[in-house]
Write a protein that binds this ligand. Sequence first.
Ligand code: ADP
Ligand code: MG
Length: 448
Amino acid sequence: MARGKLRIYLGAAPGVGKTYAMLSEAHRRIERGTDCVVGFVEHHHRPRTEVMLHGLQQIPRRELAYRDGVFTEVTTPPHSCGGVVTTFMIVASPCAVVLATMPPLLSAVANAGRHGVLVKSAVVMERLGQVDAVALDKTGTLTEGAPRVTDVLPLAGSGLDEEELLVLAAAAEHHSEHPLARAIVDVARERRLLLPVAEEFGSTPGVGVTATVQGRVVSVGAPARLLHGASDPGSARAALLAGELEQGGRTAVLVTADGRPAGLLGIADRLRPDAAATVTALTRLTGTAPVLLTGDNERAAARLAAEVGIEDVRAGLLPQHKVSVVRELAVAGRQVLVVGDGVNDAPALAAAHTGVAMGRVGSDLALETADAVIVRDELATVPAVVALSRRARTLVVQNLVVAGVFIAGLVGTLPLPLGVAGHEGSTVLVGLNGLRLLRERAWQRAAA
Ligand code: ADP
Ligand code: MG
């Protein structure tokens, strides 16, 4: 057994007593403060309450009396009207009004959660029903976000073969969380290529990545952004190849080494199976087809948009451009719902009236910024949750009407037991009405 020393210090540590005294004093001050507030309210409120009660006592009370098998109405003079005051206080208290809003909204939140949509608050659930325009991101949102590298095209003058090009690109992409980066790293692994360690990694959302690999500065990203319209023969050849890939519906990714084009990668991603149905449902709900926002090239975006029925395509966008489109729609008076997955979507998700992120492929920043998260990436749950929110809003209005009618109808006309029964009954009624949104049928109707 190891030998050691146990030291015990007796006595008070310096400052502890002083801190305790400060805390006690603060506590006493808080108590005194509370007393003051209570005293103030009591002092000013009591005379007013007495006047109100006196006024209420002047109201004659009507009661139903049962005699010989018939009900007769008996009016009690004002001076013996203590009971009407109690009836008024109970009947006019707004329990049903208070319960009108939360049960429908929280039931909708719970129901959406059971179906894989994590709505972060009741306020968000309410806002979802207000949206009348939708902007959808492409890569990772409309597409599965599980792209595959289909073409590896080293440029003639680069001195690289297919495998060397892949090694440079995959090493540079190793730390990126972009779906295209994962595709590049995956294909390199499948080919059992040994990846060198990349240094000085940097990532620009909507553009690509840069890192130092084997002493060379390697960039991988959107051809249009990396070439900057350069017209030297290497850049012209790269632009031509990128055009051909994009013509075929691929996403073209350019690899440069020390600033010179080294090759191109063609990447294909599949549309989500429910993408077209989601666009149709959102168009029906909002009255206009969604807008497609993407950092990818115009041709690939237009091709995919045509497949799902979107006409308004905004391609080649940087994160700030996505925000501008959202603001442009908001200025036109639209309440915009943005659905996205990437770091490049986060500013637009924040600028939108309501932002929804894809939970599986989504980046941490997108998940944190969004108001709701589609946990299992089922795109079709987006129109369903919007429809559910609208249903919740309808129930809130119904409940407020029920509560208002009961309060107006009960005050001053009924004897105490009926007044109490009516008041409690209306409270239970609005509560149960809201809880209807917990049922499976409510989700099925919203998703239909
Ligand atoms: P989207 O808006 O459709 O989700 P992004 O803005 O994420 O697309 O990407 C836009 C384009 O930027 C891609 O098509 C690609 O050319 C390029 N890009 C962005 N990040 C990367 C990356 N890590 N690796 C390769 N290319 C990238
Ligand atoms: Mg994306």
